[in-house]
Design a protein around this ligand. Structure first.
Ligand SMILES: NC(=O)c1ccc[n+]([C@@H]2O[C@H](COP(=O)([O-])OP(=O)(O)OC[C@H]3O[C@@H](n4cnc5c(N)ncnc54)[C@H](OP(=O)(O)O)[C@@H]3O)[C@@H](O)[C@H]2O)c1
Length: 296
């Protein structure tokens, strides 16, 4: 089966994301059945050729591949409470935790369905735009993924991260968490220059260039985590960085900027140094966070 083979797709939930997904399958020529708790939100899709089901159960009955894109995990349970999932391939693109993904897999399989959980690395305008870099993490039934891979790849790239149904959410949340840290730093940086005669639009490219250059260091961190050696070829050791933090904090004070987004990160670095690991890279902070015994 290829992306061009028309495959009936049911989409439960036509909020911002569900609508974008449904539009992508419609545009690719797949027969789409939609359901939404508030029927008015299906009107634009109906005008675009989607069949509108009167209930979630009716939508699920329309075809084998069932895409669920609702607000949260409890809405998934509520919406599908009265649907017969036997013989269905349920793909849950609702954001949740790894534990929710695993529990939802057990729940779906007990009802006779195959199940994939998913985490969407995109916002709705990126859907169906191959140049946007949008993709979706999937985990759970490898057979389901293999059989529907081409259809799943229509709205955004499809990346399978394992048969553990919790892994898609774990990858999703790990990347989102990294983004939170990145924006914490970005917001602090903008705050530092905010009161000066420095145009944010001129500062932004400098910020982007620096973050892009630093982003590559994640591979070094990964290598150290895999080798367990945090002391080899260290160029910016933890003690030096912890000392440098004093300059960051003092500058924040001079500029009248709250250091609240930076201080937890710095406190963890101080802990690493206090444990006598100042000569190492800061990779040991990951073990402190994860509550794992120190490597070398
Ligand atoms: N938008 C994004 O940027 C984005 C990015 C990545 C992932 N996601 C994920 O995609 C999922 C959907 O997000 P969205 O942007 O489409 O949100 P949204 O526009 O707020 O839509 C939420 C959808 O969930 C439905 N819903 C809420 N509670 C329900 C319940 N108890 N029973 C049945 N349906 C219920 C809503 O129905 P009504 O219309 O009746 O309220 C609506 O269809 C979320 O898990 C979100 O985290 C979104």
């Amino acid at each position: 089966m290829t992306a061009n083979t028309p495959t009936p797709v049911t989409v439960l939930g036509t909020g911002a994301m569900g609508s974008a997904l449904a539009r992508a399958w419609l545009a690719a020529g797949h027969p789409v059945t939609v359901w939404n708790r508030t029927p008015a939100r299906t009107e634009a899709l109906a005008a675009g050729g989607a069949a509108v089901a009167g209930s979630a159960a009716e939508a699920v009955a329309a075809g084998r591949l069932v895409i669920v894109c609702l607000l949260d995990d409890s809405s998934v349970g509520e919406a599908l409470e009265h649907a017969s999932l036997s013989g269905r391939d349920v793909v849950n693109l609702t954001t949740g935790t790894p534990a929710q993904g695993r529990a939802r897999a057990v729940w779906a399989e007990a009802r006779g369905a195959r199940f994939l959980d998913a985490g969407i690395m995109a916002v709705p305008p990126m859907i169906a735009d191959p140049s946007s870099g949008a993709y979706v993490f999937y985990s759970g039934s490898a057979e389901l993924f293999r059989e529907h891979r081409d259809t799943l790849a229509v709205p955004a790239g499809a990346t399978f991260v394992g048969t553990d149904p919790g892994f898609a959410a774990l990858h999703d949340v790990a990347l989102l968490s990294a983004m939170s840290g990145m924006f914490a730093g970005v917001f602090h940086a903008f705050a530092l220059v905010r009161r000066e005669d420095i145009a944010p639009r001129e500062f932004a490219p400098l910020l982007q260039g620096w973050l892009t250059a630093m982003a590559g260091l994640v591979h070094r961190t990964a290598d150290q985590l895999e080798s367990g050696d945090y002391a080899k070829d260290v160029v910016s050791n933890a003690a030096m960085q912890a000392a440098g933090n004093a300059t960051l904090l003092r500058t924040a004070q001079e500029q009248g900027v709250s250091p609240e987004l930076l201080t937890p990160y710095m406190a963890l670095m101080d802990r690493l140094v206090a444990e006598g690991r100042g000569a190492q890279d800061t990779t040991g902070m990951i073990d402190l966070l994860a509550g794992r015994p120190a490597a070398s």
